[in-house]
Design a protein around this ligand. Structure first.
Ligand code: ADP
Length: 174
């Protein structure tokens, strides 16, 4: 079973096999985690993203899907890019958010990754309420049956995010 761990910190500093990026569908960089990953990882990541845009993802990566590139200079082997849904009060996009975690895990398992670091996808610029995003993230990862991935580490950027994830984990475990 995949072991779930929670920490506060910066995802770009994690020594894991695969770091998950909350990318945007252009795959060409953005703010938040995405900006930090490209800044610290160097130009090699963007080069591979551009190559993906000119091959199988001509229209960009759809929300809920995931694709891997090199991790460049980051202390990881791969970055797995996934595009979270923008939160909408009018439309339930939970299934798309769950799909980001499922697809990122599937890609990691295919690569043979043992350890993974996740950010709180969609909780920044895409405005997903933290408590709900945390519950979706953790319940999805708990339900996944992985072959190689032994640790799914959630790297929460601030105390509020950490507290939301901790509470959701308690709810799921009780
Ligand atoms: P999205 O567009 O999916 O909302 P963001 O990058 O704007 O993605 O934010 C997702 C989450 O990642 C937010 O909770 C934000 O605080 C957090 N975050 C931003 N930078 C980092 C970082 N370097 N490491 C870990 N988490 C980060």
């Amino acid at each position: 079973m995949t072991n779930i761990t929670l920490i506060t910190g910066d995802i770009t500093e994690q020594k894991v096999d695969a770091i998950v990026n909350a990318a945007n569908s252009s795959l060409l960089g953005g703010g938040g985690v995405d900006g930090a990953i490209h800044r610290r990882g160097g130009p090699e990541i963007l080069e591979e993203c551009r190559a993906l845009r000119s091959s199988q993802y001509g229209d960009g990566l759809p929300a809920g899907q995931a694709v891997a590139t090199t991790a460049g200079r980051l202390p990881a082997r791969w970055v797995i890019h996934t595009v979270g849904p923008v939160f909408s009060a009018a439309e339930d996009r939970s299934e798309t958010l769950a799909s980001c975690y499922r697809e990122a895990l599937r890609v990691a398992d295919e690569l043979g990754a043992r350890t993974m670091a996740f950010p709180a996808i969609s909780t920044g610029v895409y405005r997903w309420p933290l408590a709900d995003a945390a519950y979706i993230a953790l319940s999805t990862v708990r339900a996944a049956r992985m072959k190689t991935v032994g640790e799914a580490r959630f790297v929460l950027f601030d105390q509020d995010a950490y507290d939301a994830f901790e509470e959701a984990l308690h709810t799921l475990e009780s």
